[in-house]
Ligand binder design. Structure first.
Ligand SMILES: [Cu+2]
Length: 82
């Protein structure tokens, strides 16, 4: 089945989850997400421009709840000003 990976803050992913429940067939494609059709593979390249805690998840209806999610901890650049 179709899957996706979306990167964002927990708040952003929550908002998108709500949106997907309302409009499950919504067409969408943004730089911070990639969709993968059955049997295929995909790739996402993201340059984080700030440190923090982010999440990645598949937000196809029911997939997040099934555990298709994880966290990303981006550490400040070594030697960077705080
Ligand atoms: Cu999925």
């Amino acid at each position: 089945m179709l899957h996706e990976i979306v990167i964002g803050t927990p708040e952003e992913l929550q908002a998108r989850t709500e949106m997907m429940k309302k409009y499950p067939d919504m067409e969408h494609d943004e730089p911070y997400m990639v969709h993968v059709d059955p049997g295929n593979s995909g790739e996402i390249v993201w340059h984080f421009n700030r440190a923090g805690r982010f999440e990645f998840a598949c937000l196809i209806a029911g997939h997040y709840e099934a555990g298709m999610r994880g966290t990303l901890t981006i550490n400040p650049k070594q030697g960077a000003e705080k």
